[in-house]
Design a protein around this ligand. Structure first.
Ligand code: SAH
Length: 217
């Protein structure tokens, strides 16, 4: 059962989390304001409720995890969102990252390959009043019919930046993607300068669940 009530206790814990994220180096006040709004405890199973505002990752079913709040903060900060940016998210998971993007005024298109998570998260986010476009599919393919995207955020570990996603970036757009095949990955930020020119930089080590091919397994 999900605890939907947002109490003063939850709000207080969120404020403390925001202070912690600031100490850990998050400087984007818009990201921090969004994290201060999104009721993370409603995204977690009741067993983890007391820890919902700790900087920890938790299981969300189907062998997947919700990312650490500091990872969400860091990836979102790297996106440098502008209001009304069209954002493609790969790996909806429990939808916490999706909600943070929506709080910041982005138009969000999000893909999940696990059908159960896709269905559960779609319901949960709508019940909180968050409107994203949800897709059950394979993130390696992106969403060609809705491209180009100003920003792409990948929340699973990719072995390489998928071609389809590079193609679907707007010129001047940014993709934030953890790349690596082992237990740890390197956060990459890719800027699209022209149809054929991309600039890439690397920003620290992270641990994500793998981005798996095709949605049928
Ligand atoms: N943003 C999520 C993080 C979830 S973990 C959150 O805040 O909860 C990564 C998610 O990526 C998992 O739900 C996993 O099922 C999904 N995933 C893995 N490979 C994928 C693929 N090829 N396409 C779409 N989603 C994928």
């Amino acid at each position: 059962m999900i605890d939907r009530i947002d109490t003063f206790l939850h709000k207080g814990k969120r404020k403390k989390l925001v202070d912690l994220l600031r100490q850990k180096g998050c400087t984007d006040e818009q990201v921090l304001a969004a994290i201060n709004e999104v009721p993370r405890h409603t995204f977690l199973d009741s067993a983890f409720l007391n820890f919902a505002y700790d900087d920890e990752a938790f299981p969300i079913g189907e062998g997947q995890t919700i990312s650490h709040p500091s990872t969400v903060a860091f990836q979102t900060q790297l996106l440098a969102l502008k209001k009304n940016d069209k954002v493609l998210e790969i790996g909806t998971g429990c939808g916490y990252q999706t909600a943070v993007l929506l709080e910041m005024g982005a138009k969000v298109f999000t893909i999940e390959r696990q059908q159960k998570l896709y269905e559960k998260t779609k319901l949960h986010l709508s019940s909180l009043g968050y409107n994203a476009r949800f897709f059950y599919g394979d993130g390696y393919e992106g969403l060609p019919h809705y491209a180009p995207f100003n920003k792409i955020i990948v929340t699973a570990a990719a072995p390489y930046p998928p071609d389809a996603l590079l193609k679907q970036m707007a010129i001047g757009g940014t993709m934030v993607i953890p790349i690596g095949k082992g237990a740890e990955q390197i956060m990459n930020i890719i800027q699209k300068k022209s149809e054929t020119l991309f600039e890439r930089s690397e920003l620290g080590k992270y641990k994500f669940v793998p981005m798996l091919k095709d949605k049928s397994r």
